[in-house]
Design a protein around this ligand. Structure first.
Ligand code: GLN
Length: 381
């Protein structure tokens, strides 16, 4: 017997590889993106209470309605737009699942999808497993902005979707109003869908607005927008997120979702429904994470690493070309083994050989963790 692999070029995700290496070498793990500080106690109590109050059976396949209503209210407050909780929002086990489901809903073999690299490492396998074809476009280096002329060149009659991610993993770049104008003019009059990965929604800095597709009705009518509670509420292990799209697309999305996961963890949804009532639960997040970015950058000033700007997410890229000319992967592995700090080589987010001598650090950590890590990084000569 034999399985002809649907993903012959795929190995184990870099996040698992680097986390395992970090643990073997007792390194401080600034690689895989997850917070190491305690999450909000109040949210934990709400989950406990929901369990004790008997919310332990299935919620509807679309998600617990009061949670979907709370999300709709938040969206109306943040983006001045109305989303219908009944027909447009589905709760999913995490943002990655929402992205996979949206791609599977739309894509047929041979369809082309525009993907910008560096790209989060699930995107391309998710496209390929559906028999569709990723059309890769490099973001400009070192700004990691989108070259819209190149996008125009790569659009073909087979283009079915454009994938966007803002705030961007791994670079921390964010979309600007100018990007939205360019995107709008490109998709106008076409039947191209947009997949917008907005899992770092609230983690945006320097007073910049989050350019969500939700703000733009003419883009929203062709969009699947994916979010994550784990990223913004510091509970990545809960694997809870959601997808928003127009009712007619969401109906198709749910056909795929209902025979895969059916419905997500009930007590967590009950808890989040009341947690979201407090605006502070999301409006303060950006400031809190910006403080961490600033603290990390300040500590890193003493090292030989050179920062690239991060305007959102919880990642910060650093160049190490003043230190070594090793490949990103070799350098990241050696740094973990010899100096005890793990980071992610940005080359892992490219299919082609791309090596700008840049690694990604996650700064969503306690101050002590960042201090200890930088103390170790200072030893690199
Ligand atoms: N999104 C996280 C990151 O970029 C990791 C998630 C995962 O390990 N799959 O690090």
């Amino acid at each position: 017997m034999q399985i002809e692999s649907k993903l012959p070029n795929v190995g184990t995700t870099i996040f698992t590889v680097m986390s395992a290496l970090a643990s073997t070498h007792q390194a401080i793990n600034l690689g895989q993106g997850f917070p190491d500080f305690p999450m909000e106690e109040g949210l934990i109590s709400l989950v406990n209470r929901a369990m004790e109050n008997g919310f332990n059976q299935y919620v509807p396949m679309q998600g617990y309605l009061p949670l979907r209503e709370a999300i709709a209210e938040k969206i109306s407050f943040l983006y001045q737009t109305n989303v219908d909780a009944q027909s447009q929002i589905t709760i999913t086990p995490g943002g990655t699942y929402a992205i996979y489901t949206a791609l599977t809903t739309v894509l047929r073999p041979g369809d082309e999808v525009i993907v910008f690299e560096p790209a989060y490492d699930s995107y391309i396998p998710n496209i390929e497993v559906n028999g569709a074809v990723p059309v890769r476009i490099n973001l400009k280096f070192p700004s990691y902005g989108i070259d819209w002329d190149l996008v125009r060149e790569k659009i073909s009659p087979k283009t079915r979707m454009i994938m966007l991610n803002s705030p961007h993993n791994p670079t921390g770049a964010v979309l600007s109003e100018e990007d939205i104008d360019q995107l709008s003019s490109i998709v106008k009059g076409t039947d191209i869908f947009i997949l917008s990965d907005e899992v770092y929604e609230h983690l945006i800095f320097d007073g910049l607005p989050h350019q969500s597709m939700l703000r733009y009705p003419h883009l929203m009518k062709r969009s699947f927008v994916c979010f994550s509670f784990g990223k913004v509420y510091h509970c990545t292990g809960w694997k809870m997120g959601y997808c928003i799209s127009p009712p007619e697309w969401m109906e198709e999305f749910r056909k795929v979702h209902q025979f895969n996961c059916f419905s997500c963890h009930s007590p967590t949804q009950v808890a989040l429904a009341s947690f979201l009532q407090k605006k502070d639960s999301y409006v303060l997040l950006g400031g809190m994470m910006q403080e961490k970015r600033d603290y990390f950058q300040q500590l890193m000033e003493q090292t030989k690493f050179t920062p690239l700007p991060s305007h959102g997410s919880y990642f910060q890229l650093y160049r190490y070309d003043q230190i070594s000319d090793e490949s990103e992967k070799d350098f990241a592995i050696r740094m973990t083994k010899e100096y005890g700090v793990a980071a992610i080589p940005v080359s892992a987010f490219y299919q082609s050989e791309t090596d700008h001598k840049v690694i990604r650090f996650c700064f969503s950590k306690k101050r002590e963790t960042l201090e200890m890590a930088v103390e170790r990084l200072l030893k690199i000569k």
